[in-house]
Design a protein around this ligand. Sequence first.
Ligand SMILES: N[C@H](CCC[C@H](N)C(=O)O)C(=O)O
Length: 280
Amino acid sequence: MHAFAGPEYIKGHGTQNDFVILPDPDGELELTEHRVRALCDRQRGLGADGVLRVIRAANLPDAPADVAGDVWFMDYRNADGSIAEMCGNGVRVFARYLVESGLAEPGELPVGTRAGIRPVRTHDDGRVTVEMGQAKIFGESDTAVSGQVFSGVAVDVGNPHLACVGDHDLDALDLETAPPHDEHLFPDGVNVEFVRPLGGDEVRMRVHERGVGETRSCGTGTVAATAAALHAAGQMTGRRIVYVPGGTVEVEITADGSTLTGPAVLVGGGRLDAGWWQNP
Ligand SMILES: N[C@H](CCC[C@H](N)C(=O)O)C(=O)O
């Protein structure tokens, strides 16, 4: 067996939320939780916050019925191997890969996700805009970090979030472990954002992601943070520049939905070793 004769991979990131991209249009890879965990492991694998499998929707058994079979589908997995409905930074990097690899034309293109179709626009400056759908506030809850209680709002962005807005000292937060959450409100777990308004339309955010841990950015989290910051300011719609540890994104919330705009970087790629893939 030749070394590196295993599956092709590409590494990319969106504001340093990083991913392993696995092209697999016909769904031939057996993408087990064990392999996802190994791929994402920063010592024994490639290292990433998640995996984005590139597959035609027709070849993924659990693709939503409203996603046409010929649409490129982002089969997203968290670093712990779990499946999540949506990944905002991931969709930007996924779209960048489709265009750079010639699988899609630049400009407008649909991306299939478990939260449904997400229309994407690629820009000449390397940024990508994603239509993220409605950010729905569906309750209030709280969590505790470093001995301090934080109150927040539950926000559905296709995946679940608890966004805690306040004059928080974000740098003092220890996010090494998952903040506790209300398992009745969040039966499938939750992504937890800590959001500090900076005045005007700017906010700063740190995040502990479900299935990953603290990440340098969370795209759906920045949408949840914006919805929560607008709610705290008594507004239903508006725009926020969101500063995350890995960079800056722009979020717009309108009556019809939300958009996320930010960078999408492809770092490089190659082939996995076939032996490693068989026994990661
Ligand atoms: N950890 C999230 C999925 C990835 C979200 C994040 N990476 C993003 O960019 O939206 C969850 O389990 O819902």
